[in-house]
Ligand binder design. Structure first.
Ligand code: PLP
Length: 504
C-alpha cells in the first residue's frame, strides 16, 4: 500500500539515482557506439511483416508493474537493433531520409535531460536563443535573407506554416477571424507544379481552401514548372473573379530533384502581388554549394522557404524549418495572448516566444541537435557532405548508363532514377511499357525487403522507375558501385518468375 507519509521522502517510481543513471547511460552509449560501428555489416532491413514484428514485441497488455531499467534498456536496444530499417546504413537511399549525425543523438540526450519548453523564452532562456541562432545559420547557409523563422517537425509542417502566413498576408479580408466564410471572400488560388509534394493538398484541405483551389501547373520535359502555363492560369483565374494568392516553387522535387525556375516565378509573383513560397524541404540546402545553379540560388527571392534539417543537415528526425523574409508575418499569422500566460516582454530587449510564431504551444528543443552539428562541422563540412552526395548520385547515373540491362532516366541534385529493362526487351521497351512497369514494381518490392540496398521509386511520364536519393554521409563510391549488380541480379530473378519461358 502507498503510504501518504512517504511524501516527505518521496521517491517516485520513475526517478533514477545518479549512480544508476550513470551506469545505464554508459551501457546505452556503449551499445549505440557498437550499433553505429556495425551498421555497414547489417542488412539495411530484415523486411519483416507487421505480424512478425508484433510477435517480436510480445504484444501484451499494459504492464501492471515495472521492470528494472537495466534489463529494460538491454532488451529495448536489442529490439530496435534487430527489427529496424536503418536509414543510417551506407546503402540506404530511399525516399528523402538522411543518415543521422551521431552528435544529434547526443544532443537529444542532453536536450531531453534539461527539457526546456521552447514555447516561451522564460521557460527556455538559452534554448530559445540557440533556436534563433540555428534558424539564422540555416538561412545564412543557403543564402536566404530571413527576417524570421522557427523549427517545426518536418517539411510538411514547415510548408504549412508558410502557407498560413501567405493566406493571412494576402487574403484581403480578416481571414483569422472569419476564416474562408467572409461575405466578401473570393476564391483563393494557389499555383504549384504537378511535381509538388503532397503537402500542398494537405495544406489546401486543412486551411479551408479545399484541394480544388490548387492550380496544378504543367511541367516541361525537365520537370520544371512551365512559366507560360503559370501565366495563363493566373490570367484565367483573375478573369473568373478568383484571387491568386500563392505560388509555390520547388527547390528539389521529391521525385527527381528538379528545381523550378525560381527567378522567373519570383518575377511573376512580384508583378502579380502573389506570395512566393519555395518548398526547399529537400534541395534548398544545396544552394550553399558555390556552383549551385542560378535557379536554386534564386530561392533568396522568396517570401518564405521551407527547408528540412532532417534531410540535408543530417539531423535525427524530426526537424523542419520555416523561414520568412518579413519578420512580422509569423506573429501576424499565429499570435494570440491568452490571459493565463505572463511572459512579459521588455521592449528594450524583447524575448522570442515561439508559441506566438507557429502552431505549436509547448515545444521541444529540436534546435540543439541542428546547432551542435553546425558547430561540429561548420559551413565547410556541410558543403563537402552535400557536394559528395551529389557527386555520388552523378556517379551512379554514369554507372547505370553503362549497364546494358539498366536504363538511366534522370539525375538532379542527389537523386538518380533508372529502371531495369531485360536485354531482349530493350529494343521494344515502348511496346512493353506495362510489363516493364510491373517488372520494376516487383523488383522494387524485392529490393526493399532484401536488405542489400534500399531504394524507392518515382513515376516519370506515367512509367514506374527506381529512384535513389543520397542524403547519406556514410555512402561511399564502393556502395554505389555495388548497386547495378544487385539490381540486375534481382531484376533477372523477378523477370524469370514473371516470364518462365524466357530464354536468358
Ligand atoms: C520537396 C518536399 N517537400 C516536402 C516534403 C515533406 O517533408 P517531411 O516528410 O519532412 O514532412 C518532402 C519529403 O520528402 C519533400 O521532398
Amino acid at each position: 500500500m502507498h503510504d501518504p507519509g512517504s511524501l516527505q521522502l518521496r521517491s517516485a517510481p520513475l526517478e533514477m539515482s545518479p549512480e544508476e543513471f550513470r551506469a545505464r547511460g554508459h551501457e546505452t552509449v556503449d551499445r549505440v557506439a557498437d550499433f553505429l560501428s556495425s551498421l555497414a555489416k547489417r542488412p539495411v532491413t530484415r523486411g519483416e511483416s507487421p505480424s512478425e514484428l508484433r510477435r517480436a514485441l510480445k504484444d501484451t497488455l499494459l504492464p501492471a508493474h515495472g521492470l528494472p531499467a537495466e534489463r529494460l534498456l538491454e532488451e529495448t536496444a536489442t529490439l530496435l537493433f534487430e527489427h529496424s530499417l536503418f536509414n543510417g546504413h551506407p546503402r540506404f537511399w530511399g525516399y528523402i531520409t538522411s543518415s543521422a549525425a551521431p552528435i544529434g543523438a547526443l544532443g537529444d540526450l542532453l536536450g531531453s535531460a534539461v527539457n526546456p519548453n521552447v514555447g516561451s523564452s522564460m521557460l527556455s532562456p538559452i534554448a530559445t536563443e540557440i533556436e534563433a541562432q540555428t534558424v539564422r545559420w540555416i538561412a545564412e547557409l543557403m543564402g536566404y535573407p530571413a527576417g524570421g523563422g522557427l523549427l517545426v517537425s518536418g517539411g510538411n509542417m514547415a510548408n504549412f506554416v508558410c502557407f498560413v502566413a501567405a493566406r493571412r498576408a494576402k487574403a484581403p479580408w480578416h481571414v483569422r477571424e472569419v476564416g474562408m466564410n467572409a461575405k466578401d471572400a473570393v476564391r483563393l488560388r494557389v499555383y504549384a507544379s504537378k511535381e509538388t509534394h503532397t503537402w500542398i493538398q494537405k495544406a489546401a484541405d486543412l486551411f479551408g481552401l479545399g484541394t480544388d483551389s490548387i492550380r496544378w501547373i504543367a511541367t516541361d520535359p525537365r520537370l520544371q514548372m512551365d512559366m507560360a502555363a503559370l501565366r495563363r492560369a493566373i490570367t484565367a483565374d483573375r478573369a473568373a473573379g478568383d484571387l491568386p494568392f500563392l505560388v509555390v516553387g520547388t527547390a528539389g522535387s521529391v521525385s527527381t530533384g528538379a528545381v523550378d525556375p525560381l527567378a522567373e516565378i519570383a518575377a511573376i509573383a512580384a508583378a502579380e502581388n502573389i506570395w512566393f513560397h519555395v518548398d526547399g524541404a529537400y534541395g534548398a540546402l544545396a544552394a550553399a554549394l558555390p556552383d549551385a545553379s542560378a535557379d536554386l540560388k534564386a530561392l533568396s527571392l522568396a517570401d518564405s522557404v521551407a527547408v528540412d534539417p532532417h534531410k540535408w543537415l543530417y539531423a535525427p528526425l524530426e526537424a523542419g524549418c520555416a523561414l520568412v523574409r518579413d519578420k512580422e508575418v509569423l506573429r501576424e499569422a499565429f499570435s494570440y495572448h491568452p490571459p493565463y500566460y505572463h511572459f512579459d516582454s521588455n521592449p528594450e530587449d524583447a524575448p522570442t516566444n515561439y508559441y506566438e510564431l507557429g502552431p505549436q504551444n509547448s515545444r521541444g528543443f529540436r534546435a540543439l541537435k541542428v546547432w551542435l552539428a553546425f558547430r561540429q562541422v561548420g559551413r565547410a563540412g556541410y558543403e563537402r557532405m552535400i557536394e559528395d552526395d551529389c557527386r555520388l548520385a552523378r556517379a551512379l547515373f554514369d554507372l547505370v548508363s553503362r549497364e546494358k540491362e539498366l536504363q538511366a532516366c534522370t539525375h538532379a541534385l542527389s537523386i538518380t532514377t533508372f529502371r531495369y529493362v531485360p536485354g531482349d526487351l530493350r529494343a521494344s521497351a515502348a511496346e512493353n511499357a506495362e510489363y516493364l512497369d510491373a517488372l520494376n514494381t516487383a523488383l522494387l518490392d524485392r529490393l526493399q525487403k532484401g536488405g542489400e540496398a534500399f531504394v524507392s521509386n518515382a513515376v516519370l511520364d506515367g512509367r514506374f522507375v527506381l529512384r535513389t536519393c543520397i542524403v547519406n554521409f556514410r555512402t561511399r563510391l564502393a556502395d554505389i558501385e555495388a548497386l547495378p549488380e544487385i539490381v540486375v541480379r534481382l531484376g533477372r530473378e523477378v523477370d524469370a518468375e514473371k516470364r518462365p519461358g524466357r530464354n536468358f
